[in-house]
Design a protein around this ligand. Structure first.
Ligand SMILES: Nc1ncnc2c1ncn2[C@@H]1O[C@H](COP(=O)(O)OP(=O)(O)OP(=O)(O)O)[C@@H](O)[C@H]1O
Ligand SMILES: [Mg+2]
Length: 173
């Protein structure tokens, strides 16, 4: 029997007296692709937020490759190869293009200090393939109109290609 790559069992999330996700079971076999569909407020984001460590489940269990996974924060999920592209991808306008690209996943010197030069160099390489006009050192707030929205798409593409696996109900289309 093939072991499930991912399994969520009896996932429940309660806010106050309001249970917004109730006893949800969801499994994925290796190589499978799923679409999670539901009306607004159905709980799709909440379920995936629990999977990706954005919010803690009230109860329920997550298994990765048959082993119980402990996910209490986004970096835990990342360590299991779980990544989420959020519905509203937000960039920080005061930061540069490359800083936004490496937010939450920085390149470091000696594992401690952020290595801006290495980040900028890598950003330049990635952006060059997609659009050589974008300067990685430019602040997001200074990117204008068409360039700005195009850059956002590029950043999304970057995230999509960087992640080992992708769990999301909300690909920015
Ligand atoms: N932090 C929160 N506090 C209280 N209630 C919340 C919170 N986050 C979500 N909810 C509620 O949980 C329910 C499920 O919301 P959720 O965002 O998971 O739905 P969704 O399926 O992703 O909807 P959409 O299609 O609009 O993205 C909604 O009723 C929402 O109001
Ligand atoms: Mg949602």
């Amino acid at each position: 029997m093939v072991t499930e790559r991912l399994s969520m069992r009896n996932m429940t999330k309660t806010y106050g007296t309001n249970t917004v996700v109730k006893n949800v079971n969801f499994s994925v076999l290796p190589g499978e692709v799923h679409a999670l569909v539901g009306e607004n407020g159905a709980g799709k984001s909440t379920l995936l937020n629990m999977l990706s460590g954005v919010t803690m489940a009230t109860s329920g269990e997550i298994f990765v490759d048959g082993e119980k996974a402990v996910i209490t924060k986004p970096t835990d999920a990342r360590d299991y190869g779980i990544a989420m592209i959020h519905q509203e991808l937000q960039n920080i306008p005061e930061l540069t293009v490359f800083q936004n690209m490496f937010l939450g996943n920085p390149k470091t010197k000696g594992g401690v200090f952020v290595d801006k030069d290495r980040e900028a160099k890598r950003a330049k390489e990635i952006l060059f393939e997609l659009d050589p006009d974008i300067d990685p050192w430019e602040k997001i707030k200074n990117l204008k109109g068409y360039l700005s929205s195009r850059s956002l798409k590029l950043l999304e593409r970057y995230w999509l290609t960087q992640k080992l696996s992708l769990w999301t109900s909300q690909l920015p289309l």
